[in-house]
Design a protein around this ligand. Sequence first.
Ligand code: EPZ
Length: 427
Amino acid sequence: MDYLLIEGGKPLKGSVEISASKNAALPMIMASILSEKSIRFENLPRLTDVDFALRILLELGGKVSMNKEGHHIVADVNFTNDASFIAPYDLVRKMRASISVLGPLLARFGKAKVSLPGGCAIGARPVDLHIMVMEKLGAKITVDDGYILATADKLKGTEIIFPFVSVGATQAAMMTSAMAKGTSVIRNVSMEPETVELGHMLNSMGAKIEGLGTDTLTIHGTDSRTLPGPNKPIKVIPDRIEAGTFAVAAAATKGKVEIKNAVSEHIEILLYNLRESGVCVENTKDGFIVDASNTDKIKPVDIITSPYPGFPTDLQAQWMAYMSVANGNSTITEKIFENRFIHIGELFRLGARIKYSGNQAFIQGVDKLKGAPVMATDLRASACLVIGGLVAEGVTEIHRVYHIDRGYERIDQKLSELGAKITRNRE
Ligand code: EPZ
């Protein structure tokens, strides 16, 4: 296994190009199961989760060809009726997002057998809302020896109201109701940019989804089991969480970084809070510049995570690393996942002063952090520790860096190009 070695205390300076979004790419790759014709993805990020999603389609019997073009992957996916409708445990358990094959397989084949994904470090991650969606659309669901078995001769449009916002369950509802007979109205849906992009892709494939970007979707289904397919290659939006991660890293190291190929509206609330913390953020034609080079003291800013357009839970850990060196006390309230404070234990090792109870963390800013060996536990906790290491005096080793490679393309190379002293080493 690899580990990252960071010698901290260097302000980040320069510009960084953001990659395409992991969380937009994954459901879009799964949606290609619904397409009658082959789909070309022209700018997939080179991430283990994306490789894995393409491998799942391959193992299901889809035809997938991938070419590395510079820093991107160009992938052609052609899913046909002689593919399988069974997604096995050893694939699904490695990536939770695999659950989103359930709807498309059910719609295309009239049946789907998908392993329950199991939990992960940040929580139990149940899929009861995914199952509720399939049942509401008329599927018969049984859960047996760790598998969900769904069957439906023909799905029927209906009204669905989510009890709370779920990104994955919203995306499952879109992909499945688009293939149902008749119209569905779905309320209290995710408005995340990644969900909106999935909707645009489905519409380009021939679906009829109205209300994208609002909390209510009206979806006019079809009698067919597939959608015609898009008439041009699919381009994936920039990764707003990667952009936010680099923005926080620039602020925490008191540097000045231009974040290129980013959509500032997708993380407006983060940029707002960075300004509140005393950092200058200005929009540019293809992203924004974070300038903390004249920020004497970082002002503490409280955050509460919530569905888009609220503060993204995927930037919570990074924000905590930043507030660890603020000039004063702040709170972080995590309202999306029940166990997303694992990174606190590792931040302690760098000298952070944080207490927490339930879903609230209380951070007492310290003058400086001190480098130490730490261990990554999940994707965004790894990013938090990278920021901690960049800020800390001395050397930080971050072990189990495979977590970070799931969602950040060449993070050590991109940080080196910004002046960080960071190397990737073999254990
Ligand atoms: C997506 O996960 C993202 N993953 C997550 O990013 C992100 O943190 C999350 O949305 C919230 O924004 C991908 O897009 C691949 P949810 P998802 O359904 O869809 C509960 C990252 O680091 N819930 O919106 O799984 C759930 O336990 C990852 O890139 C149910 O109870 O998240 C959570 O508490 C981490 N039942 C809450 O809803 C269900 O059936 C929100 O989860 C589904 C979810």
